[in-house]
Ligand binder design. Sequence first.
Ligand code: PGA
Length: 253
Amino acid sequence: MRKQIAAANWKMNLTLTQAEALTQNLIEAPIQLQPHQEVVLAVPAPYLHRVVQLLQNKQGFHVAAQNCYTKVSGAYTGEISVEMLNSIGVSHVVLGHSERREYFNESNEMLAQKVSIALEHQLTPIFCCGEPLSVREANTQNEWVALQLKESLYHLSPEQITQLVIAYEPIWAIGTGKTASSLQAQEIHAFIRSQIAAQYGDQVAQVIPVLYGGSVKAANAVELFQQSDVDGGLVGGASLQAAEFTAIIQALQ
Ligand code: PGA
């Protein structure tokens, strides 16, 4: 059975005290995960170690970095390496978020390197893709996403790509309150899976979780997660409130 994942993306929010309180509230929330379900918290770098510690005995909960660098170590002031993440027990890393692409000039080519180095160090990449509004309006979102997948992922072996999580996040839906309809999400998720199948075969495509991101909230999570190719969500704003994110976790099918 394919994994289902509720992933929180805290972005650049919260103080340490607030981050600890939010984590503690999630630990205490009435959440019953099935064996194929996971929660991943992508927390700001300064809090990674602390949140890993807090979640140590919490079955099914994992911690993700929001980025990592393309090199293992060295003179790269300000960057975060995969070895550092390994050394503090982080298991996942969000790569290619549209904010990283837009504000920090991350290209498909650079992301190909980041995906590789993460996988070589046993970190699960949550690889983000998705189109801006102009592309959606021109109805060329499939071509846009296909190119992102091709340029950042298709150098991977079948064994490597099955370790990946993909998050489809239409940029026009991020933080705007405007969600893709469940039909729009299903359509492009099925397209993403068909692209992976064309490259790697259906067996590989069937095991890769494809999450939807972009204004997911408790009120729309059930309908989105009901779609057959939507395997959970990557949640920004709504993940900062314990009750709201708990309801989103509970919406996993
Ligand atoms: P949002 O962010 O849920 O606030 O739209 C999603 C994301 O950027 O991952």
